[in-house]
Design a binder for this molecule. Sequence first.
Ligand code: PGA
Length: 244
Amino acid sequence: MRIIRTVDYQDMSRKAANVISAQVILKPTSVLGLATGTTPIGTYKQLAAWCAKGDVDFSQVSTYNLDEYRGLSHEDVQSYHYFMRTNFFDHININLANTHVPDGSNPDAEAACRDYDRIVAEAGYPDLQLLGIGRNGHIGFNEPGPYFSKGTHMVNLTESTIKANSRLFDSEDQVPRQAYTMGVQTIMYARSILVVANGEEKADAVYRMCYGPVDPQCPASILQLHTNCTVIADEAALSKCPRD
Ligand code: PGA
């Protein structure tokens, strides 16, 4: 695990965008695994700015997002489909047909998850998977539990995740209680992984991810076993980690 310490959120975002941009420049047909949440927004903004200048070209890239709330239509402003369009896809030269997010509008959880696993496998799994980390150490919506998950599956969100995500809704009641998420095993199939984290509220989770035991009670801790994982985090998120 490579840890890159940045001075602040902007520095984190620019460095993460540099890594993604290098991936796309080296392999224009890259398969990218993407994440939602507030952390990667600055990274997406930076990539969009470079794309507008002609410095990075997404025309041959395909993307697979980690997760989606169950029960929301693709047009719902709270859906991750909507998030990805408004925060990234609408601002770069990607072919929307090459972007993929689990189908939260399909009430048949088994079919939705099976279909998603199939298309991610057919794409050969991501060359680079971008991840945020939850305060409880979750990656995607893989919450702490007794074992690491495998493929895409339906999850019941934990109270702490519902509370954390409620800041983006009018009230906590409106946060969907279930989601479809890529499993931990699928995430680990990516050839490289880039985790972004900022802010003091992530410091515990970042410490456990990088230095704690590999334990499904902190799903991100499994990333210690990945052969090409980079963490880019600001001083506050790394405040509990040793400086060396
Ligand atoms: P955040 O979410 O970027 O909004 O903090 C990260 C996550 O829960 O994975």
